[in-house]
Ligand binder design. Structure first.
Ligand SMILES: Nc1ncnc2c1ncn2[C@@H]1O[C@H](COP(=O)(O)OP(=O)(O)OP(=O)(O)O)[C@@H](O)[C@H]1O
Length: 278
């Protein structure tokens, strides 16, 4: 069920009470509530009265037919794109009152080319007024978490595409966001780098329990990463189905051939095909 009434009671063990809230019940409430969203491009209505709850401390992947509005959805929720009507709240708070990160598909245009990789990563910390020593410590911490094997003193144009995307992800994570949005983060990467970054993202997720919303156009990737796959319909876009993925973490190559994973992926494909034919 994907309506206002959805009760979220299965936050993983590692999900902490939100910082500063002092409210242990918060982890059982939806993290993001979307109510009555409407979005029209010229005369075409993409979203009409769209409502959805997204859970705290889980990875939700967004999958659906071409052009159904996957990117538009996360762009509206993350404030990059205005909507015509409706409301998006983060455990009752407005977007301006939370810290969030966004990873773009096109990493080439996302990084500041004149800044070294480590200055790109530290940027969101510097603009918050953190000292150089604090920024350096956080960048080093992230580099260790991501097992970075390249020189962060290089500028983006001296890095490979995958390395640039890693820097983008580290920059998004630097201020310890409570929500991380990723729009097709692997679509411009080679397979080896995709597997590496996917595994690192999973590890970071397991360490931090950060809520992640990931747009994907690859069903296997969407199921592999997800606690829940949000399957969208064709426009005017509604939730076709929310499918739980119960494969245990950390997931690895063996996960892909496990009965549970194969059955979940097959179910997602069935729903997807039903929506495409509709
Ligand atoms: N700025 C815009 N102006 C006009 N139409 C737009 C704009 N942005 C998106 N659209 C249209 O809205 C629809 C949804 O676009 P969106 O990119 O969100 O879909 P998507 O599901 O992410 O697409 P894809 O599967 O191709 O990645 C598409 O028909 C697109 O052409």
């Amino acid at each position: 069920m994907a309506t206002a009434e959805r009760i979220i009671d299965t936050a993983p063990e590692w999900v902490q009470t939100p910082k500063g809230s002092g409210d242990p019940a918060a982890k059982h409430r939806p993290h993001i509530t979307i109510r009555g969203l409407k979005k029209t491009f010229k005369t075409r209505t993409l979203y009409e009265n769209f409502s959805l709850d997204l859970p705290r401390g889980k990875i939700t992947t967004v999958f659906g037919p071409n052009g159904c509005g996957k990117s538009t959805l996360i762009n509206m929720v993350s404030g990059l794109l205005p909507f015509d009507q409706g409301e998006v709240l983060f455990d009752g708070k407005a977007l301006k009152d939370i810290t969030f990160g966004y990873v773009f598909q096109n990493y080439r245009e996302a990084l500041f080319p004149w800044m070294r990789a480590r200055d790109n990563i530290a940027y969101p910390l510097r603009i918050r007024g953190m000292s150089k020593a604090e920024c350096d410590a956080r960048v080093d911490e992230l580099a260790a978490s991501f097992e970075i094997g390249f020189d962060l003193n290089l500028k983006p144009f001296n890095l490979s595409g995958g390395q640039q995307q890693l820097v983008s992800i580290m920059r998004a994570l630097a201020p310890e966001p409570e929500v991380l949005f990723l729009d097709e983060p692997f679509s411009a990467l080679d397979y080896e780098m995709t597997l590496f970054i996917r595994d690192r993202l999973q590890a970071i997720f397991m360490e931090t329990g950060i809520t992640m919303i990931v747009v994907s156009h690859d069903l296997e990737e969407a199921v592999f990463l997800a606690d829940e796959v949000l399957l969208l319909s064709k426009p005017p876009t509604q939730v076709a189905e929310i499918i739980e993925v119960n494969s245990p973490r950390p997931r690895n190559d063996q996960t892909l051939s496990s009965d549970e994973f194969v059955a979940t992926k097959a179910h997602c494909l069935q729903v997807f095909q039903r929506e495409v034919r509709r």
